[in-house]
Write a protein that binds this ligand. Sequence first.
Ligand SMILES: Cc1ncc(COP(=O)(O)O)c(C=O)c1O
Length: 355
Amino acid sequence: MTISMAEIDRMIAKYPRIELIHLPTPLRKLANVTADLGGPDIYIKRDDLTGMAFGGNKSRKLEFILPDMIAKKADVVVTWAGLQSNWAMQTAAAAVRFGIRPILVLFKTYDLPAERDGNILLDYILGADVRIREAVKGKLVRLEDALAAVEEVADEERRKGRHPYIVPIGGSMPLGSMDLPLGAISYVNAYREMLAQTRALGFEPDFVVHSTGSGATQAGLVLGAKALTPKVRVVGISVSDFKDSFGREVLAIAEATERALDLATDVRAADVIVHDEYIREGYGIVNKDVADVIRMMFIREGIVLDPVYTSKAFIGLLDLIRRGDIPRSAKVVFFHTGGTPALFPNKHKLVEYLK
Ligand SMILES: Cc1ncc(COP(=O)(O)O)c(C=O)c1O
């Protein structure tokens, strides 16, 4: 059953939000890339321009997560992620403004040195307490290991009389101190925002394509589409996890979000479309196609993609067009979810491939 934008607004308004970013983010056509390909019409939703700490999807989520930290009287936030994490840096940037001290447990999931570059430099400038942990190269952090590590840190803080708030990686799955899918709620809102923009331009998209990592962006977009425009296909390009297990995770977040928003959307496994064939060498590993697509988008559109998420998602989009899964007659919105600080620690690989 389709519902109205006003109803969605009312449901989302049940959850307090702190204004951290500039919304709506711009939506514009990729005129050169569309012409180069001979269709489809590709538009880009610039969530890299949210305006907090280099922008990105995490800052939308934090607008809903910060009020929960404050309501629970947190004075410390503990989270985990990969080494050059956008999520961890954005969490730290949002928290310090409200006097909440960030402790970031970062796993060395790929072959980059833990030096002060990219997001780790920004973490350092912010004064975040960064704890580096070893992990298997190219693999995701195992949930049990991450939970054990953050629990240990949180216990240490509790023993000192502090009130830690544990927030899960990416602000996605309700876990730790975050018992509601607050990150996904922000992406139901993002879908609604994007739809208002496309309607103002006189169309509704056929496909929405984006990078998917910890799941809340996709869960929110899928639900937004189901509620407002059920024919729209939301396509998540995974950068880390294989589609079966990840699809289940996104579905679980989407179901929790339906409950939290009282939505009768009846989300199903078939609504969650995940492609895992663009992960290639593994999470965060830059290859020649990544370097080439970053150069192409910079030259043709003046837009900088990141080397971990949006470049692989754009490679996926181009391939789905080539394969005919997305027809040339379609209208597509690609979400740029940010992540550009990770370009700099990957400079050697990028230069090597672009030589
Ligand atoms: C730049 C960027 N894009 C996309 C994603 C994926 O979003 P989500 O974690 O909500 O799946 C992330 C984080 O994981 C990210 O940092």
